[in-house]
Write a protein that binds this ligand. Structure first.
Ligand code: BES
Ligand code: ZN
Length: 626
């Protein structure tokens, strides 16, 4: 009898603790995030109620963040990440407590340590952001399309959420949220959540995100915005001046969602909307859940740059649903997403289209690998990164995206598309709303793809892909007929065929990019003139084509394009465009002078992440110490 009683007690104990035990095991299993001060095994957030008051005049947000927390037994404090936040007061279970704010570390900010008691599960933090908050860009009316109202947007990835919310800023920690946001009358506020579609004249908005998300997906945009539906579950927000063009450009989005679901399972976030931001947005796109943030530079008026939407949509699975555990595993977010993006584009526009994207990726990848090796940063060409002591922004390169893509394409080639797709679908299903790190992915891959199908696991090759520098021998090669034709045309031109006689009627933006990227390093002014006259490069408003053309403009000192390049650089803040242009200018003394002149005007228009990068390219701080 006594024995049975003991067994019963132990069983009760085991089942009672199941949730906690499982959690503890999972947490131990997952790599420690070196870019957050949080100690989730001690105390972790579960739900956030956020109250924000957005003040454009002083460029600050007054906030109250109320967290529901979960503590392990014996935990006596909870730690949040903050950076440049002024913490006014902290309450635990309704009572004011004394907190400590550690001295800030480079890029990491300050740990906010709050004492907790065993009974309290609610922590309220009253705070104010700094006008210099890294995530926030405050735009004056002149920097918008309408020129009449100010605009604000956030960019939280990778570790900038902590500059506008005290938060456990680690991709491995998920929470649900609701928010109340007050903005100036007449403006609309939107978040990575359930959103309004109309301006609320009193400037008060409520939001709700019911699926648990990591902090880097916290997002807010405020401006004079309009909504246009694009089907039952998709739509686009933009300033009134842009809304019609945006709605036309993104009309394929419902097809993309359908294709994505057919490939890798249901879309789990309810609606999928997009917002077109002002041109200073530092990225092409950002996968904020339910509301992708996008640069206006993808509005080419011919739908030729919409693969970016496919990319951000794909993150609704790779990244937002199955999330990289730390920024060292960033390739799990971006490599999967590029792969998924190209599959969506293949289904939408055909293989000849997606192979152009893949070929451009290979060009980017080879260039990135060469330049990392040139700088002595061989290790940064590994898929699995080591970002300890560094800003995770340094991990944002073609390696995670394109080497990641080619690794997955290599796996697909090995086992065949059918088995590969079944594996991926299962992968997203099995790990939905969970984190993944490289080691666990490899174990899952080995069991779920290779052993399951009785295929030998290519241990050595896979180790090489993930843990070694450079490009593996098993790197797949894209095969693009459409680019072969461009190569031929380019050759003919170089051999003397006049540019006007080249048949480019069928060329899309991608063919033009391939053409421009493969022009010879040495050209004379007559050749530049001939190309410009025949193809109207300087006159185009396609930002991708302009960007590729301006490289030659700089290299060959092609003065007729200077004015256009100047205004492009002053108005566009997308880092992917800025970095190569400023880098090219910085190669010569004359170019440096030009770069300085432009940057002086442009810098105030750029978001913190672009400023941070271009300052380094131009060694700005050395000459302009603050
Ligand atoms: N999530 C990224 C942007 C990002 C990455 C911001 C890391 C901050 C840190 C987004 O999904 C992205 O990859 N954007 C690309 C799109 C492109 C690959 C189609 C961009 O902005 O260029
Ligand atoms: Zn991405």
């Amino acid at each position: 009898m006594k024995r049975y009683f003991l067994i019963l007690i132990s069983l009760l104990f085991i089942f009672g603790c199941k949730d906690h035990k499982e959690k503890a095991v999972m947490e131990k299993d997952i790599s420690k995030d070196i870019h957050s001060y949080a100690q989730p095994a001690e105390a972790v957030v579960q739900h956030l109620s956020l109250n924000l008051d957005v003040d454009f005049d002083s460029k600050i947000i007054h906030g109250i963040a109320v967290y529901q927390i979960d503590k392990s037994e014996g935990a006596d404090s909870i730690i949040f990440d903050t950076r440049d936040l002024d913490i006014k007061r902290v309450l635990v279970g309704g009572k004011e407590v004394e907190f400590t704010l550690k001295a800030p570390g480079p890029h990491m900010g300050s740990a906010l340590k709050i004492p907790v008691t065993s009974s309290a599960d609610k922590v309220s933090i009253h705070y104010v952001t700094s006008p210099q908050a890294g995530a926030l860009q405050w735009l004056n009316p002149q920097q918008t399309a309408g020129k009449t109202d100010p605009f604000l947007f956030t960019q939280s990835q990778a570790i900038l959420a902590r500059t506008w919310i005290p938060i456990q800023d680690s991709p491995g920690i998920r929470f649900t949220y609701e928010a109340k946001v007050k903005v100036p009358e007449g403006l609309m506020a939107l978040m990575s959540a359930e959103n309004p579609t109309e301006i609320n004249e009193d400037g008060l908005y409520s939001f709700k995100m019911e699926q648990p998300i990591p902090s880097y997906l916290m997002a807010l945009a405020v401006g004079n915005l309009q909504f246009a539906p694009l089907g039952d579950r998709a739509g686009v927000y933009a300033e009134p001046e842009l809304i019609e063009k945006a709605a036309w450009e993104f009309a394929e989005v419902e097809d993309m969602i359908r294709i994505a679901e057919e490939l890798y399972g249901p879309y789990r976030w309810g609606r999928y909307d997009m917002i077109v931001l002002p041109p200073s947005f530092p990225f092409g796109g950002m996968e904020n859940p339910r509301l992708t943030f996008a640069t206006p530079t993808i509005i080419a008026e011919d739908r030729s740059l919409t693969s970016l939407i496919a990319h951000e949509l794909a993150h609704s699975w790779s990244g937002n649903l199955v999330t990289n555990a730390t920024w060292n595993d960033f390739w799990l977010n971006e490599g999967f997403t590029v792969y998924f993006e190209y599959r969506i584009m293949e289904a939408l526009n055909g293989k000849d289209y997606s192979e152009m994207l893949a070929a451009l990726s290979l060009q980017d990848l080879k260039k990135a690998v060469a330049s990392f090796i040139d700088e002595g940063k061989d290790k940064d060409t590994r898929l699995m990164l080591d970002l300890s002591g560094r800003d995770p922004d340094e991990g944002v390169s073609s390696i995670a995206y394109d080497k990641g893509y080619f690794f997955l394409r290599y796996l697909e080639n090995l086992v065949g598309r059918e088995k590969w797709d079944a594996f991926l679908k299962q992968y997203f299903e099995a790990h939905a709303f969970q984190v993944m790190d490289t080691k666990r992915f490899l174990a899952y891959l080995k069991a779920g793809l290779f052993e399951k199908n009785g295929i030998e696991y290519p241990e050595k090759e896979i180790q090489e892909w993930i843990f070694e520098s450079g490009l593996p021998e098993s790197l797949p090669t894209p095969d693009s007929d459409r680019f072969d034709k461009v190569d031929q045309a380019l050759n003919n031109w170089l051999k003397g065929t006049p540019a006007t006689e080249i048949d480019t009627t069928e060329w899309s933006t991608h063919e033009w990019l391939h053409f421009l990227r493969n022009l010879p390093d040495q050209m004379n002014i007559e050749q530049m003139n001939e190309l410009d006259k025949a193809f109207g490069f300087t006159a185009t408003n396609n930002a991708e084509i302009l960007d590729a053309w301006f490289i030659h403009t700089i290299r060959h000192q092609y003065a007729p394009a200077y004015a256009k390049m100047d205004s492009f650089l002053v108005n566009t803040g997308r880092r992917k465009f800025l970095t190569p242009l400023y880098t090219e200018m910085a190669k010569t003394e004359k170019g440096k002078v030009m770069a300085e002149e432009i940057y002086l005007k442009a810098r105030p228009n750029y978001h913190y992440v672009s400023v941070h990068t271009i300052d380094k390219v131009l060694k700005w701080q050395e000459r302009n110490p603050e």
